[in-house]
Design a protein around this ligand. Structure first.
Ligand code: AMP
Length: 308
């Protein structure tokens, strides 16, 4: 096993200016592992669902090479449910409902065959649970990446800092970076956050791309300008899954390779937003991906004659 993902496997109900869904399959862990399955054949997920979660989805995940032995199925209990409504700009949303259900008492169990994984992706969950996963691994992975959100900064900042001190890569958005560091400038924010533990920081800026801070280097990846964003849910998780899937499959944590991984994550995220939920992620082919990566390369590539 070379990659483990920990994250919610959930039901979502989403409203955007384009439409509305009933309960559909979502969850940060689902988006991350489906996205990384584009690169990694040998990965596992650690999560929990209730008895209401569809077996077909679990079978589908397995068909994508995702080992689901780490998903606990709680009989007589319900799956985590989240509902959100996007504003017209599609950049901001209101959470309408969060029913923790099985996630409220989630105690992660790491199967024996997951124990020696080289890469670990901690999806957005309580920092306490994220830390338990690190502590329950026999061997520290080569690279641990983590996502989090403002919610945990508001209610569990001390726990969050303890977990952050144990990881190598933190992936958050610009608003979260500002809240965590109390700095408006993202360069200053990066300095403050990296002093808290993660030596590598990725700040996502939605439709404005992403910044990678690694050693003394900074890399900027654009986001693909899309005519229509249908549903942004899971775009951040898809980015993280693509990033870690790429790193795990290439087994190279150099800055040069992380730049490629950021582009891979950005390309997959640009597909994710084209349809509701995980639907678009399940359709893309290698060809679609390659074409999209060429668009990213063209978008940021230019030549300039020597001035003066
Ligand atoms: P994103 O759009 O990247 O923020 O991720 C959205 C996904 O995160 C949805 O599919 C939700 O099911 C899941 N989610 C929302 N809130 C939480 C939470 N508090 N804990 C775990 N997962 C969550």
């Amino acid at each position: 096993m070379n990659l483990i993902t920990v994250g919610s496997v959930a039901f979502d109900a989403i409203e955007t200016p384009f439409g509305k869904t009933d309960k559909i399959v979502g969850g940060a862990g689902t988006f991350i592992s489906l996205s990384s399955s584009f690169f990694v054949q040998n990965q596992g997920i650690v999560s929990v669902v209730g008895e209401d979660f569809p077996q077909e989805t679990l079978d589908f995940m397995r068909s994508k090479g995702i080992n689901i032995d780490g998903i606990q199925i709680k009989q007589g209990e319900k799956t985590f449910f989240w509902s959100g409504r996007y504003h017209n700009d599609m950049n901001s949303r209101d959470t309408l409902v969060t029913e923790l259900n099985v996630l409220g008492t989630f105690d992660p169990v790491i199967p024996t065959n997951f124990q020696r994984a080289d890469y670990l992706m901690l999806g957005n969950l309580s920092p306490d649970v994220q830390r338990k996963v690190i502590e329950r691994l026999e061997k520290r992975p080569k690279l641990i990446a983590m996502d989090t959100m403002n919610f945990w900064m508001d209610i569990a900042l001390d726990e969050l800092k303890k977990t952050m001190a144990l990881v190598d890569v933190l992936i958050i958005n610009d608003e979260e970076a500002r809240q965590l560091s109390k700095e408006y400038s993202l360069v200053k924010a990066a300095k403050v956050i990296r002093a808290m533990g993660p030596k590598i920081l990725i700040i996502k800026k939605g439709e404005h791309g992403a910044l990678l801070f690694h050693g003394e280097h900074i890399f900027f990846a654009p986001a693909l300008p899309l005519e229509e964003v249908f549903d942004p849910t899971g775009a951040g998780d898809t980015f993280a899954g693509g990033f870690m899937g790429f790193i795990a499959s290439t087994d190279d944590i150099s800055f040069e390779n992380m730049k490629r991984a950021v582009i891979a994550g950005s390309a997959l995220a640009s597909f994710c937003v084209e349809k509701f939920g995980t639907e678009r992620l399940t359709e893309i082919t290698k060809n679609d991906f390659d074409e999209r990566v060429s668009k990213f390369v063209a978008l940021a590539n230019f030549e300039m004659n020597q001035l003066a």
